[in-house]
Design a protein around this ligand. Structure first.
Ligand code: SF4
Ligand code: SF4
Length: 452
């Protein structure tokens, strides 16, 4: 896109954002759902307060003051506020636009600029992230001696190297007769931090009769840069994915599946990211219309025969799945259909503090929210915690001793796949055995059911 076209896109987005800010009636029902307001009881740390600050910043069009930037930075983008807003204020696009305005008009202190550049450029590149983790792990022992946010960042490092290899791009054929052809977003950080999630996803989908394509060239969804106000970088990443999926779609695609809900919310919104770009608006709309969280797709096609493993599983709603995509029912129903007992985590509407890169850039508030969520997880009385988003899994591993798995790992295990590595220490539940989900037995049994 040339400079004039890019300027027109920015102006169109600014007009839209000013309209969103003006649609708030300031009654403040949202304040009760906002984690940062609950922590601070400060008006400017509430959705209503932030909307007023952002509205004033956009009206002036000038560089914001550091106080406004701090309140924008401390928003989790958890979107809990949108779940109760009667005026349907489009806060998601408003805060993204505010961050982009800050990025263009505000010069951050040097240390902040360096940290943000490091985070933006490392986490979305699996090779670089792997190298950074290898180098940083030995430094963990000295984290209390490090200045600024470096110490808390090292706290968040996974304690162990992840097991298993990254899934290979290419075509993974259906094990049973092919029913569907889907593309899977392999993602970026998840491939390094928990490669077993993609392995379990492909294992489950192929067993259920899906051909799974992981196109070469697809990678980071762009959300990481988008939520840091770097819209241009986000659009570059999104465009790479759109082109890779369009190429894969030439042989037919029933869906594009995402198993990290933070990424899913962004891919479902690609149509908005490109709405003012006539070259790609149509293609972006097509990609968004095919995008599904993996649990939505599995709920459509059914699980087939399962081996009942009656563990008590606490299900944690990632904000991006609950508020960003409004997907709450399907993961619970699938886990129950697979034979698990499912319980909710108390105060489920509150963010765990992960929020993309939030726990790296705002470690103080992220820790308070992580501790609060960890206490609720532990109080659930469950044996396992299931989550649909790698960010929450990494964050919560610091605040609970309960083993944490992706929902899809439990579903894969219950339908014949491998035992999730993080459940290696759990004793077998009493009463494990073969059973068939209603109406699904024949088709899935063809894929084979694993033994304990
Ligand atoms: S609930 Fe909606 S309209 Fe009311 S103050 Fe919050 S954002 Fe504004
Ligand atoms: S997105 Fe979350 S943290 Fe930000 S204002 Fe809304 S409820 Fe508060």
């Amino acid at each position: 896109m040339d400079t004039a076209a890019a300027g027109a896109v920015t102006e169109a987005a600014a007009i839209e954002a000013r309209g969103i800010a003006a649609s708030c009636n300031h009654f403040g029902f949202c304040t009760s759902t906002c984690p940062t307001y609950a922590l601070t009881h400060e008006e400017n740390e509430s959705p209503r307060g932030r909307i007023a600050l952002i509205g004033a910043m956009l009206e002036s069009g000038a560089a914001p003051d550091p106080r406004t930037v701090a309140h924008i930075d401390s928003c989790l983008s958890c979107l809990a506020c949108t779940s109760v807003c009667a005026m349907k204020v489009d806060y998601m696009h408003l805060i993204d636009h505010a961050r982009s305005h800050v990025e263009r008009h505000y010069r951050r202190p040097l240390a902040d600029r360096l940290l943000r550049r490091f985070v933006a450029q490392t986490i979305s590149r699996p090779g670089l992230l792997r190298a950074a983790l290898t180098l940083a792990r030995p430094a963990r022992a000295f984290r209390r001696l490090l200045p600024g946010r470096l110490g808390p960042m090292l706290e968040l490092l996974p304690r162990r190297s992840p097991g298993g290899a990254d899934i290979a791009p290419g075509i993974h054929p259906a094990v049973a007769q092919r029913r569907q052809r889907v593309a899977l977003l392999a993602g970026c950080a998840q491939r390094t931090l928990a490669p077993q999630i993609n392995t379990a996803t492909v294992s489950l989908l192929t067993r259920l009769g899906c051909e799974v394509v992981i196109p070469e060239g697809a990678g980071c969804c762009g959300s990481l840069e988008l939520h840091m106000g770097r819209g241009r970088g986000a659009r570059r990443s999104a465009l790479r994915n759109i082109q890779a999926w369009l190429a894969a779609a030439q042989s037919g695609l029933d869906a594009i599946l995402i198993n990290a809900s933070g990424c899913g919310t962004t891919v479902k919104d690609y149509h908005h990211l490109f709405e003012h770009d006539p070259s790609w608006a149509g293609e972006a709309r097509r990609i968004s219309s095919l995008a599904l969280d993996v649990s939505e797709f599995l709920a459509r096609i059914g699980l087939g025969a399962t081996v009942s493993r009656p563990y008590r599983v606490a299900y944690h709603d990632a904000c991006s799945l609950r508020n960003g995509q409004r997907v709450t029912r399907q993961p619970r129903e699938l886990l129950r259909a697979a034979g698990y007992e499912v319980v909710d985590v108390p105060e489920g509407h509150f963010c765990c503090g992960s929020a993309g890169t939030y726990n790296l850039l705002n470690p103080g508030k992220a820790r308070l929210l992580g501790e609060r969520k960890g206490r609720h997880v532990d109080s659930s009385g469950a044996e396992v915690l299931a989550v649909g988003n790698i960010g929450c899994m990494s964050q919560l591993s610091n605040y609970t001793r309960m083993p944490i798995v992706h929902t899809v790992e439990l579903l894969d295990w219950a339908t014949g796949g491998a035992r999730p590595p993080s459940l290696a220490g759990l004793p077998p539940p009493a009463g494990a055995g073969l059973r068939a989900s209603p109406g699904e037995g024949a088709s899935a049994a063809a894929g084979g059911v694993g033994i304990w």
